[in-house]
Design a protein around this ligand. Structure first.
Ligand SMILES: [Zn+2]
Length: 421
């Protein structure tokens, strides 16, 4: 490795305490989503810090989005450091975190550092990743290495709720775009020795069963919508789910169970409110929401057609009950091309820093790569960052400091290599 690269790695080691402190400072800003607390504080914290480090900084409010409100403004931040005429490498992290939930043994927003770990909501997913991105750029600068291209760092909102006011907005407004951005790395917590090349598709849909109300003492005189929905649930369990289990993707989705197509029932309601005063009525409505994860090999059209056929078959078995299906959200599967330079650059950097070959994986759930691929039309995007995926969203979420330092080094080396690509 060149002496320049050695100096960069040495600067990461020298900055270790600062890197941890930066991640801790971010954890202490409780950017809880929903509803989207303290977004502006977090964007300003990152932006003002980047200005002091010599970045050009732009704050990007998601104008026109319904979720961008005076009470909970959706404010993103983009920092840019220009060097030579080489490639533009964009490091993007979301700064929203899911609610803390119960079961914590420490204050989730205190930024506790203990036993080599940063503990707190967002420590792993993904404020450590933001710290790694910033200090990858910082280490290059401090090592006195001339930047061959441009490095951009963005902190964005709402990834946990779909990213529409975050990365999608940056892509729609041309801030992340094919032609002006060459490579995107998202330091999500996919484990420090794995490169994540995409995710399965998502189809969220709502099924409503419409029955006919009647006196509850004579259920044969009406049509019970809950019973109709029961038939659909039975068909999902006995017909659809076993069929999905047979379908295996060639994409290396982790964990193993997620290499299959899956379906989950998110929620159900129907008939009379159970806490209310009860009257003898046949339930004339029932609604359920489903989360179908589909494979790149299945495609969306076939996935939707299969659901519609299942609903039609069920309706034939439920006289008097009618069903309708409404799409709530569709996310298409995405996969980085195998020969993408961004995979090669991270592969080389991981081998150098960790001394072992990385695993190439895909994520069980979606993340902001979908917007980079679909809206920005930029295929050269992956997720790579510090933190163990399994502890994301859990109580006592943590990120190992060693992983954070390693990931910072990997990002610095990969960024330099990509700029020369
Ligand atoms: Zn995340």
């Amino acid at each position: 490795m060149s002496p320049q690269r050695e100096r960069v790695l040495a600067e990461v080691d020298r900055a270790a305490d600062e890197i941890v402190q930066y991640a801790v400072d971010l954890v202490r800003i409780p950017t809880v989503n929903p509803p989207g607390e303290a977004y502006e504080d977090c964007a300003r914290f990152m932006g003002e810090d980047m200005k002091l480090r010599g970045f050009e900084v732009e704050y990007v409010e998601a104008q026109g989005r319904a979720e961008h409100t005076p009470r909970h403004p959706r404010v993103n931040v983009v920092g840019r450091r220009r060097g030579g005429a080489g490639r533009v490498v964009h490091l993007n992290g979301h700064f929203d975190v899911v609610p803390a939930g119960r079961g914590w043994t420490v204050d989730p927003f205190a930024g506790v550092v203990r036993d080599g770990r940063i503990i707190g909501r967002g420590a792993c997913d993904m404020k450590a990743g933001l710290a790694a991105a910033l200090f990858a750029a910082e280490a290059i600068q401090r090592a006195g290495v001339r930047l061959p291209g441009t490095i951009e760092i963005s902190g964005t909102v709402d990834e946990e709720s779909g990213g529409f006011a975050g990365v999608a907005y940056l892509a729609e407004t041309g801030r992340i775009a094919r032609g002006r951005t060459d490579f995107v790395i998202i330091p999500e917590p996919l484990n420090v020795d794995r490169i994540c090349v995409g995710h399965r598709g998502v189809y969220w849909f709502e099924v409503t069963a419409h029955g006919r109300i009647g006196h509850g003492s004579m259920p044969f005189l009406g049509a019970n919508a809950i019973e109709g929905m029961g038939r659909l649930l039975h068909a999902v369990e006995t017909e659809l789910a076993p069929a999905l289990l047979e379908r295996l993707t060639a994409v290396p989705v982790v964990p193993d169970g997620a290499r299959h197509a899956t379906i989950n029932i998110n929620g159900i309601e129907g008939g009379q409110p159970v806490d209310g005063i009860q009257t003898p009525c046949i339930a004339d409505w029932c609604r359920a929401v489903f989360d179908r994860r589909f494979l790149i090999e299945e495609g969306f059209d076939a996935t939707k057609a299969e659901i519609e056929a299942l609903v039609r078959r069920t309706a034939a078995l439920a006289p008097g009950v009618e069903f309708d299906v409404r799409d709530l959200m569709v996310v298409h599967p995405t996969r980085t091309p195998d020969d993408s330079p961004v995979i090669a650059a991270l592969d080389g950097a991981i081998r150098r820093v960790l001394g072992r070959a990385p695993a190439i994986v895909a994520s069980p759930g979606t993340y902001d790569q979908k917007h980079v691929a679909r809206i920005a039309e930029l295929p050269h995007c992956v997720a790579y960052g510090p933190g163990v995926l399994d502890v994301a969203h859990q109580p006592d979420e943590w990120c190992a400091i060693e992983d954070l330092i390693h990931a910072t080094k990997v990002l610095a080396l990969a960024t330099l290599q990509l700029m020369d690509a």
